[in-house]
Design a protein around this ligand. Structure first.
Ligand code: 13P
Length: 227
């Protein structure tokens, strides 16, 4: 079971240091935190497993504002989130650019949490499977590749997918590509047990509830009990 905390654009380096001091991940579960770039070095120095939130597809070059897999490895970072819906929504990320990022990161030796998920209108129109099929079609199973199913309507809204909706989507994704699949979207200590007990849910990508060490630790402990 893998529990990853996506901090998005929250926490400076000093707040990161405090969080890592208080974390103490339980045995039997892989715990990852994904701080902003400016807090990666501090997090990595604490001994916690650290992923970035994005990574570029080239090793170096004229790509202002981007960071490469090699640069992340240099800091002791072990992987990266790729294709998060916020990057797709606000930064023109496409299935093709996301896979380019993931492919290079995997080749360089980083783990990748590759995000997919439908928007609310797409679910209401009955297009969830079609959207997931399109998003997953660019993926090739590789060592170190994990998918995160994050229905966009459940992100930061408090509206978690039901355990059945999540399980159905995970089983569908796994029928297309044989990789572990995490669930993301309003995961919190109160719903972690039900979600993580589903057969095809292999862990969680946690946003808001990963910002407080108590709630993140509670989710990690639930995962450890179920592992
Ligand atoms: P929330 O847990 O805040 O809904 O965020 C989910 C997410 O986007 C994790 O990547």
């Amino acid at each position: 079971m893998l529990i990853a905390g996506n901090w998005k654009m929250y926490k400076r380096a000093s707040e990161t240091a405090d969080f890592c001091l208080g974390l103490s991940p339980p045995p039997g579960v892989d715990v990852v935190i994904c701080p902003p770039y400016t807090s990666l070095a501090m997090a990595a120095a604490s001994g916690v497993t650290v992923y970035a939130q994005n990574v570029h597809w080239a090793s170096e070059g004229a790509f202002t504002g981007e960071v490469s897999a090699e640069m992340l490895l240099d800091l002791g970072v072990k992987g990266s989130i790729v294709g998060h819906s916020e990057r797709r929504q606000h930064f023109c990320e496409t299935d093709e650019t996301a896979w380019s990022r993931a492919e290079h990161a995997l080749e360089a030796g980083l783990g990748v949490i590759y995000c997919v998920g439908e928007q609310e209108e797409e679910r209401e129109a009955g297009h969830t499977e079609e959207v997931l099929r399109r998003q997953v079609s660019v993926l090739q199973p590789r060592e170190g590749l994990v998918v995160a199913y994050e229905p966009v309507w459940a992100i930061g809204t408090g509206r978690t997918a039901t355990a059945k909706q999540a399980q159905d989507a995970h089983a569908f994704i796994k029928s297309l590509v044989k990789v572990p699949v995490l669930y993301g979207g309003s995961v919190k200590p109160e719903n972690a047990q039900e979600l993580l007990s589903q057969q095809d849910i292999d862990g969680a990508l946690v946003g808001g509830a990963s910002l407080e060490v108590e709630s993140f630790r509670a989710i990690c402990e639930t995962a450890a009990r179920l592992s």
